[in-house]
Write a protein that binds this ligand. Sequence first.
Ligand code: MRU
Length: 347
Amino acid sequence: MRKVRDLRPIKVENGALYAVNQLKLPHQVEWVKLSTYAEVADAIKNMVVRGAPLIGIVAAYGFAIGVKENLSRAEKVLTVLKKTRPTAVNLFWALDRMWKKFEKYINDQLDKQEIIRLMFKEAEKIELEDYHANRAIGGYGQVLLPEKANILTHCNTGALATSGWGTALGVIRSAYEEGKEITVYVDETRPYLQGSRLTAWELTYEGIPHYLITDNTAGFLMKKGIIDAVIVGADRITANGDLANKIGTYSLSVLAKEHGIPFYVAAPTSTFDLSTESGDQIIIEERSEEEVKKCGECSVAPEETRALNYSFDITPASNITAIITEKGIISHVDREHIQKFLTYRGV
Ligand code: MRU
């Protein structure tokens, strides 16, 4: 077994939440203090923290902070936090869980200080459960990878996108920890560059061999027979197995299918949204044109040019080889198998 260091992107100290400011990576590790629920909401909206599971965890702490600020305005806090980003279901999943607990404690007529304490406890529980889920996903997923493998990944699905370890990048961490000879091909992931800024930084931190590639290099590498598997995370998986993930995921799935390369998705069961039938019903976040027209602070397009900036796309279930969860692997990705899998495992 190799030693793999681990990262934690958030911490709670004396009732305040601290997060690694992901806008400053890879150049600087800066911790920002989030003392109010409004600061938490801004941090999610402005991508100081990002990644589906982490957004959910941070929002849960944000709710606890909001209740501490003013218990009688809890409903407003919930609404503000829910409006931060629309696509990742983990945000809504975590906030609904927090709200249910809050309502119960109010109905039980618990004392105000006790409610605040229990709200922070619930957020911490969500965080810890996510960490254990990621370790389990890593364990199940690494078995799918050959002893010597070239793996292509997209966006950032590592410790920085979760409570630690990661989902798709967690599988890569686990395979590396097992002693497998892994080389990672990291899509830079324009326009936000989660691949080059965050995934490459995490892999460097762990000492895992990797190459950074431009997004449009993926097909060429697959055609040359260099890639053994593609592994990505997910922001929402619908009842029929379609998934929303970072823009560019769909193209990768089509390329993988064309070249007969396995296309794996790693996600905790909190990413499933069985109330949504299929991918075409998912709201896709659109971000500012400026993110496309600039690379960092540098303008790369004429002022007058309009840009489209869809943050996510939809990959159909038929392009997915398997979904790796903390409860095991779904190897036939369709409505029936997902339903049975989740029911038998008590999700
Ligand atoms: O816009 P982001 O950076 O929040 O998007 C993140 C992704 O698309 C990830 O692939 C997804 O959340 C899975 S992370 C474990």
